[in-house]
Design a protein around this ligand. Structure first.
Ligand code: NDP
Length: 263
């Protein structure tokens, strides 16, 4: 195989994954553990998150632990990072992956809906990235931050079929977080902190499971590969960005969308 010999080794690293207990984040948590890293799984409310971490720990023989923390609460995020450092060792990378959506026609959206989406997708990502950067700047060492954005940062991912179920706050929050990625990358480059966005296409997770059958079919049809992604297919790009193969990669947005050229 062409990839023979190209091994991503994350041993001696400690990676924080927000939303690491299910969906795309869960596959990220497993992938980094499999590559030898200790993994801190941040979750909001899923009761089984500690068991998820225990299973990863047993399977991959690394330290894996779940931490309940709402990423929209900056103080809690900072404190959680301190606890992780004490329990799992120096944090070397972060996957700021937690995200939510409100699916509603724009005309009906409320300020509460706005806060719900932006507090996680933008402020939560910022809180997570800053907690890591603050620490790395103090310690005078670099690190890698991977932010899960979305293909909807670039395209308004709605088809005529989806009317009236739209998600303008979600789409715009992903545009914002991609731009946030670039701003943070610029500001923290002097500290050797690399910040990149990973933008998935349609991925088979809880977030997408509620979509109507016609929407799912339409989404698959308008993707060059003709299907959705499985969550584990998002891990390759994230692993690369966390690894020492990516020392010259920062401020970029990487689309892992199966070729979403039309919508
Ligand atoms: P899921 O809905 O499957 O999981 C969301 C995760 O985020 C859960 O682990 C949840 O924790 C956590 N979370 C939500 N809010 C908070 C919060 N306030 N604090 C801490 N953790 C929180 O999501 P996906 O795996 O589908 O998506 C992951 C990321 O990928 C998101 O940013 C999403 O926008 C993005 N994405 C997804 C796509 C898809 O097709 N699925 C496409 C493009 C981008 P808990 O379990 O405790 O609730």
């Amino acid at each position: 195989m062409a990839t023979q010999g190209f091994v991503i080794d994350l041993s001696n690293k400690c990676i924080v994954v927000t939303g690491g207990n299910r969906g795309i984040g869960f596959e990220m948590s497993k992938a980094v553990a499999k590559a030898g890293a200790n993994v801190a799984i941040i979750y909001r409310s899923s009761k089984n998150a500690p068991d998820v971490a225990d299973n990863i720990s047993k399977e991959y023989k690394v330290k894996a632990k779940a931490y309940q923390c709402d990423v929209s609460d900056a103080e809690k995020v900072n404190k959680t990072f301190e606890v992780i450092e004490r329990e799992l060792g120096p944090i070397t990378g972060v996957i700021a992956n937690a995200g939510v959506s409100v699916v509603k026609p724009a005309i009906d959206l409320t300020t509460e809906d706005f806060n719900k989406v932006y507090n996680v997708n933008v402020l939560g990502v910022f809180n997570t990235a800053r907690a890591a950067a603050k620490h790395w700047i103090n310690m005078k060492h670099g690190g890698s931050i991977v932010i899960t954005s979305s293909m909807s940062s670039r395209i308004i991912n709605q088809s005529a079929l989806q009317k009236p179920l739209t998600q303008v706050f979600y789409n715009s929050s992903k545009g914002a977080v991609t731009n946030l990625t670039k701003g943070l990358a610029a500001e923290w480059a002097p500290y050797n902190i690399r910040v990149n966005a990973l933008s998935p296409g349609y991925v088979n997770t809880d977030q997408t499971s509620g979509s109507a059958k016609e929407v799912l079919e339409y989404q698959a049809k308008t993707t060059l590969l003709g299907r959705f992604a499985e969550p584990e297919e998002m891990t390759g790009q994230a692993m690369l960005l966390l690894s020492d193969y990516a020392t010259y990669m920062t401020g970029a947005e990487y689309f892992v969308d199966g070729g979403k050229l039309v919508w």
